[in-house]
Write a protein that binds this ligand. Structure first.
Ligand SMILES: [Zn+2]
Ligand SMILES: [Zn+2]
Length: 346
């Protein structure tokens, strides 16, 4: 079968032929219906070597949905032909974090490695088939939700969903949320905020088509990114700042913007992996701002994200590429030309 693999750091992935997987006991092979292309894949291909502790080669694709193809002995929760979304953070299943479904923060030792998952050190879904090591990583797709619509939700939906939920108490009526970077994660973050909180949403991006997308998915206000963005957010909030700032980019510049416009007692949450650092001093960020990075969400949160989609409250804007053109998708993503999420169909 075909698989888009990273075999050398600092180089583009390549489409290669590999053996089709077969499921051992407890495992499931999924016929991939769709796999989302994420900025973090670009960082693995082109970023600093210390960004990822994984060994090569492995197949890209950590946002996946498809149909159960075959099951190993003992698998009872899914059956062949069933449409499923794949929860991508593959933890040990036994540690305190995994026991509450937060396999994204697995503290177990050995394999799978901490922080690993499909397309992240282990073979992902940019292939005809993918091996899922435990049936607990599979969630049934709600009726009417296609794999192409569902795949981006497993990361670009799940990660901002977790970020928003952990700040939900601050997102009361009258509050303001800022989303910096309206790409795959950002355009879903706006919809999740509007669907789950009575907060005002301000979207910030340097690209005008991204700001158009932000308005079309429900942002109340858009502000052009850059040096003036923080000042304009302050002006738009009566100089109080935003109760919640979600940085979906993560450069030095976007973090500086975020720090300068988060309200005292607010949350500054980083989900973008561009590698910038946040500077911290007595006066900036404002008093009692909490800063956190977020890596995916829990298994139960993915079920909630799929429920939001099945109710029509969130929808991923996608650009579809066939697997043979996956590298074109990544090149367009790197150039900032993708509106919403690039999704690869095998
Ligand atoms: Zn991702
Ligand atoms: Zn664990």
């Amino acid at each position: 079968m075909r698989a888009l693999q990273i075999s050398t750091w600092h180089q583009e992935a390549e489409l290669v032929e590999v053996d089709e997987p077969t499921p051992a006991a407890g495992q499931v092979v999924v016929r991939v219906g769709a796999a989302g292309a994420c900025h973090s894949d670009l960082h693995m291909m082109h970023g600093k070597g210390d960004f990822v502790p994984f060994s090569l080669p492995f197949t890209l694709g950590h946002e996946n949905a498809g149909w159960v193809h075959s099951v190993g002995d003992g698998v009872r929760s899914v059956e062949p032909g069933q449409p499923v979304a794949v929860y991508g953070a593959w933890g040990c299943g036994h540690c305190a974090r995994c026991l509450v479904g937060m396999e994204n923060y697995c503290e177990g030792s050995g394999t799978p490695r901490v922080g690993a998952g499909c397309g992240l050190g282990m073979d992902g879904g940019m292939a005809d088939y993918m091996l899922v090591p435990d049936s607990r990583y599979l969630l049934p797709l709600p009726d009417g939700l296609s794999p192409a619509e569902a795949a981006p939700l497993t990361d670009a939906g799940l990660t901002p969903y977790h970020a928003v939920r952990r700040s939900a108490q601050k997102l009361v009526p009258g509050s303001t949320a800022v989303v910096i970077g309206v790409g795959g994660l950002g355009h879903l973050a706006i919809q999740i905020l509007k669907a789950t909180c009575a907060t005002r949403v301000i979207a910030v991006d340097t690209r005008s088509d991204a700001l158009d997308l932000a308005l079309s998915v429900g942002a109340d206000t858009v502000i052009e990114g850059g040096d003036t963005a923080a000042r304009n957010v302050m002006a738009a909030t009566g100089n109080r700042g935003a109760d919640f700032v979600l940085d979906c980019v993560g450069t030095e510049a976007t973090l500086a913007t975020a720090a300068a416009c988060t309200r005292s007692l607010g949350d500054l949450t980083l989900i973008g992996v561009a590698g910038g650092a946040l500077s911290f001093s007595f006066l900036c960020p404002a008093y009692e701002v909490s800063a956190q990075s977020v890596y995916w969400g829990s298994r139960s949160e993915l079920a909630e994200v799929l429920e939001l989609a099945s109710q029509g409250l969130i929808r991923a804007e996608t650009t579809i590429y066939p697997l043979e053109q996956a590298l074109d998708a990544y090149r367009s993503l790197a150039a900032g030309e993708i509106v919403g999420r690039a999704v690869i169909l095998p």
